[in-house]
Design a protein around this ligand. Sequence first.
Ligand SMILES: *Cc1c(COP(=O)(O)O)cnc(C)c1O
Length: 389
Amino acid sequence: MNKSSSPTSIAEQICSYVRERFETTEFVPLHVPSLSHLEKERVVDAIDSTFVSTVGEYVNVIERKLCEITGSPYAIATVNGTAALQVALRLAGVETGTEVILPPLSFVATANAVSYLHAHPLFVDVESETLGLSVDALTDFFEQKTQIQSNVCVNRETGRRISACVPMHTFGFPVNIEAMIDLCNRYCVPVVEDAAESLGSKVGSRHAGTFGKLAAVSFNGNKIVTAGGGGAILTADEQLAKHAKHLTTTAKTPHPWDYFHDECGYNYRMPNLNAALLSAQLDRLDDFLSAKRQLAAGYQKVCHTSDAKFLWERPGTTANFWLMTLRLESRDARDKFLEHTNEAGVMTRPAWRLLNELPMYDSCQCEAIPSASQLADQLVNVPSSAIGC
Ligand SMILES: *Cc1c(COP(=O)(O)O)cnc(C)c1O
């Protein structure tokens, strides 16, 4: 092995690039939000208005902005991304005792949202090109393990209805969403996109999160834009949008004074204080996107001459480069890379532990997942904050 491809020398090259770009000898975190005078002004404005909680104009403002940014006809703000996903799944028809197809390579919230509805995660492999759910693996699963009975897709092994499929745009790299939706349509399975990580990512000119029946976005502190905490449901369906707003606001029917709630809803609305912060962040999204793209281009150059692969967007797609990602040759190389960089004060992290290995999901049905297993061993995220914003 030549020197430039040993994990330690790749780690050294990455560390020196990070130090040069972040212009610091101090600890460099993986991802921090950029908060400016604009965020401060909006939050102070929300406080001055006295509307800091469950009603207020900023919630309407950010819902409009989200529609503009994504091209989604409707956006419904929620208290966090997990809540958005739970409600989106419920509106897609996920209910007790049904099954939901998930990638094993995702954040735990993807599976938790399914569990909150008393449905069962069912894991299908991802592909290394997109890091997301594999159309080929999903095709095999549908062909070999399911049958359609009067427009309902049934898992032949369990006899349970498959009520949704949740592709996730990993680290902001768009999944092969168009082919996935065609396939799921043929098997009568609605698609709910977990677009928590992909604000600003596109397939062609169309925004991630606008392909499925519904989608969930997150504005947690570590995402590309933050509300402090928050999320949103996206949909093109007016009835679903109305129902989403209703369900996330305790299902209260409009009335000047009467407390009448017509179903068991949730207190999942985004507080106006958080929406105020988010409104400023959304105004700065384009700056974040271009700063990240610049940083990513430099990483790609550094990795060009080594055996580590810096992941880039597929042709025809736009990644938001939320968390920038390297793929090492092996788990051993990854571990050495993690050790070296973290010891040097440059924060790097492996991908998540696979969901099917977590104690609450280890007895769920899991198809063959060779790609997910390999990726879980080989991926690392490197410092990805928007520099200069
Ligand atoms: C962040 C995230 C969520 C959950 O969003 P929260 O706002 O933290 O609840 C869901 N899915 C994925 C893939 C995420 O990265």
